[in-house]
Write a protein that binds this ligand. Sequence first.
Ligand SMILES: C[S@@+](CC[C@H](N)C(=O)[O-])C[C@H]1O[C@@H](n2cnc3c(N)ncnc32)[C@H](O)[C@@H]1O
Length: 206
Amino acid sequence: MSKEYFDKIANEWDNIRKGYFTQIIRENAFSFAGVKPGKLAADIGAGTGFITEGLVNLGLRVIAVDQSEPMLEIIKQKLGNGTRIDYRIGMAEKLPIDDSTVDYAFANMSLHHVQDPLDALHEVIRILKPDGKLVVTDLDKHNFEFLKHEHHDVWLGFNRHDVIKWYQKVGFNVIFIDDAEEDCCAQSSCGCHQAKIGIFLALGIK
Ligand SMILES: C[S@@+](CC[C@H](N)C(=O)[O-])C[C@H]1O[C@@H](n2cnc3c(N)ncnc32)[C@H](O)[C@@H]1O
């Protein structure tokens, strides 16, 4: 189960992540959503706060949600317990956030760890205010099986048409999907597989 995996690697995640993708993905996600200071965002599967930190630096308040307490502890160590970040342990499939309360939701590289992404998307649309925006940044469909065994990925990326269908199904009114202009790169533990996988950005407006 991925919770145990992420609990274990929480201390190392910032370094691991830097090998997989860069700030470009975050900048493109924020610009896709048109984030504005003073607004409230949810960071779903926040990990060690890659998205959360970027949003706080732009003047937003963030509810950082993750299944893994050690991951959230790392954000606290880095960014403190100020008023800008509300840390909540919880599942993407049952978000610990009230209905229609957030302006934006971001899920960077977390949806491929969720058993049923449709459940998570139902939850996101529930917590967004009317006109609220979701940006998922995640992997395109790929065949690198080692990511299942070594990184506890549930999904080997997503087909963009499926993502659009899921967004429509849960009720997003406006949907755009595009390249995040960056690939995710990872090597298998034996060194025999080198993954280079495209990343998409999917925007939905409630
Ligand atoms: C690959 S990491 C990405 C972390 C962060 N978003 C980033 O960009 O660095 C995936 C994160 O999603 C969390 N996660 C996975 N499945 C989850 C679920 N069903 N509910 C909540 N968090 C989940 C993991 O604990 C982990 O912190």
